[in-house]
Design a protein around this ligand. Structure first.
Ligand SMILES: Cc1cc2nc3c(=O)[nH]c(=O)nc-3n(C[C@H](O)[C@H](O)[C@H](O)COP(=O)(O)OP(=O)(O)OC[C@H]3O[C@@H](n4cnc5c(N)ncnc54)[C@H](O)[C@@H]3O)c2cc1C
Length: 291
């Protein structure tokens, strides 16, 4: 279905193939619209002025969450509210934690996970959660299909590897073991505001030792990142508050914050180890670890 909105073309395809054709055939600048939370703001403020919009919200194949053994797949139009309401959020509690603190109810009801992935700014809460779970993207275009690790897809603050006529169709994540504990904690200067720092963590406790440690950080580098120094420091360590404090201190080696709307680089640097420690503590308790 195609309609004209002023001089801007508006397409509302019902299949992925049709959306890819709309993107490939369009002349000038084209933008995909999913939940529209970011796109509409950018249009209103004159930050973007595309020649065509391709609205993917009416493509049934892009909806839904599926779980298969150790993997979950989120269709591109899965919203924060969809994820929070899914059984998976009871098992992987950092999903529930993160979805609860994104913007306001309207953003959570309309904003999609793939929209956040393609917006790709460093301060997006859900991206460090997805990085923790080694997320991989399914990407479609008129030229074919490709997959890419989220970690490689995110190039810089608001910069991604998405091609001009490409559509993200799904996000695959590797689920932590069923006895793992996870958490996402964000600190904002205003309630429900953009994060000063956000920390996602998942840990398993096996025979009194940490295993399968995974930590992701939001708003402390030019893009959401993993924290390998923290993960290496904790993996195999005996469960204790001292081990958590030591590992959390190593976060300073992984971050490179800048001043942004969430706070100054100096504040972010000071806050990160404390928030990493608190998040790991919550994840450890949820994994049944004795602290
Ligand atoms: C007032 C406000 C407060 C916010 N607060 C927070 C917050 O506290 N924490 C937080 O994490 N986020 C926050 N956000 C950001 C919000 O989470 C994202 O804007 C939202 O997730 C984007 O999803 P969307 O579906 O609305 O994307 P859209 O606005 O529809 O699209 C966003 C971008 O992704 C592209 N795109 C979308 N889907 C696809 C696809 N399938 N394939 C290819 N490209 C695609 C679009 O072209 C566009 O460039 C806030 C946003 C607003 C407006």
């Amino acid at each position: 279905m195609t309609a004209a909105a002023g001089e801007r073309a508006y397409h509302r395809p019902e299949t992925v193939a049709e959306a890819c054709r709309n993107l490939a055939d369009a002349e000038g600048q084209t933008m995909v619209v999913a939940g529209g939370q970011t796109v509409m703001l950018m249009l209103r403020e004159g930050i973007v002025d595309p020649d065509a919009l391709v609205d993917v919200s009416a493509i049934p194949a892009l909806g839904g969450v599926s779980v298969d053994d150790g993997t979950a797949t989120f269709g591109a139009t899965t919203t924060y509210a969809d994820l929070a309401a899914h059984d998976l959020s009871e098992r992987v509690t950092m999903f529930e934690d993160a979805c609860a603190v994104v913007g306001d109810r309207q953003i959570r009801n309309a904003g999609t996970l793939a929209g956040a992935v393609c917006y790709g700014v460093a301060a997006l809460d859900i991206l460090s959660v997805l990085l923790c779970l080694d997320a991989t993207l399914a990407i479609e275009s008129a030229d074919g299909h490709r997959t890419q690790a989220l970690d490689d897809f995110l190039r810089g603050d608001g910069e991604t590897d998405l091609g001009r006529a490409e559509l993200v169709t799904g996000i695959d994540v590797t689920l932590p073991p069923s006895d793992a504990g996870s958490a996402y904690i964000k600190h904002s200067s205003v309630e429900a505001g953009w994060p000063t720092v956000g920390v996602a963590a998942t840990v398993t406790v096996d025979d009194g030792e940490f295993t399968d440690v995974s930590v992701g950080l939001t708003a402390v580098a030019d893009r959401p990142i993993r924290a390998p120094s923290v993960e290496d420091a904790l993996d195999g360590a005996a469960v204790s508050e001292d081990a958590l404090a030591t590992a959390a201190g190593a976060a300073s080696e992984d971050i490179d914050p800048s001043d942004d709307r969430g706070g100054s680089a100096r504040y972010k640097r000071a806050l990160t180890p404390t928030l990493v420690e608190r998040t790991l503590e919550t994840a450890t308790r949820r994994a049944g670890g004795a602290l």
